[in-house]
Design a protein around this ligand. Sequence first.
Ligand SMILES: [Zn+2]
Length: 334
Amino acid sequence: MSVQIPDKNSVEGTLLGQLNISLLKVTDEWTKQENLDALRDAIVNIKEDIEKRSAAGCRLLRLVIVTSDITQEIFRWQKKLGYPELTSTDENAVVAGKTLTWGDGQLGSTFSIIILSEVIGRGLISEDMGFKNLASGVFAHELAHVHDDFIGIHVFGPESTPANDDWIGIQQYFARIIWSEYFAESVAYVYLEESTISNQIGLCLKMMQSCNENIKREIIDYRSNGDIGQIWNYSCSEISKTLNQLGRVMGLLAKHSDDSLRETLIDQIGEISPSLSQLANQLYDELQLIDKNKKWDDATFDNLAIIVSAYFHLNGLYPIQNSEGLRLNIPLSK
Ligand SMILES: [Zn+2]
């Protein structure tokens, strides 16, 4: 465990297969050697397990940072790597973990770090099995991102965020993140308890419901203020976080032995709107197809991108890409 603040150079100087752990701005409990040893053991064991089981690419991981100030630490790295300062937002508002990957897509020269909140670090060494499993699931989710990021950079090159008038790019980008959330939860599944899974399903339903209502409300506002930029940015963020959560839940349900859970979810989504349940079914089938497809190419996420577009339509928004950029049609509802 190092006490120095790690930086990009130190990560790039770490050999493939070597893993450093850094604790930043953490409480005194971490000065106890037994806690440090337990943390290292937990991290190494989960990584080895996931590497063998489902995400061999997590070998790329060079560094795990455990910190009480995760948002600041994520920003620090995003700035250093020249990435836009975004955190993956889930509705729980607290960020528990974040993976950052960069490099050229070759094993020896692609690097990943995982930043975990101190709470998750504490969970990894907890004697409370519920807490420990939850924390292990968060870490396993991030390990899956390491693997998936690597495959993505290897096949498509470094990922860039699309401009907000690049509709084709946005659909592909959203599709890519939905997939990555699906995959991450399908990997984390082995650690998660039934109560966590049902919480995730509940959250998903809540988000789909509120996405629908919030966009309806924004459309009413738009009719009076005409601010097309506002409704576009707002809807993109609502839709992205909602579909990401749906992707996560699909990843859990894909591994779950009880198919009736998925059927119940689809029925409940149908209560929000019947067309939504049809879309959720298509999303599930498509994610499963991508999961089985071992050789990615430029068309791998095309069907998922079409589903993303259909979700915008179901929320009353019809973006069209033309030569000047993006035109957003918002027809009056019947
Ligand atoms: Zn994730």
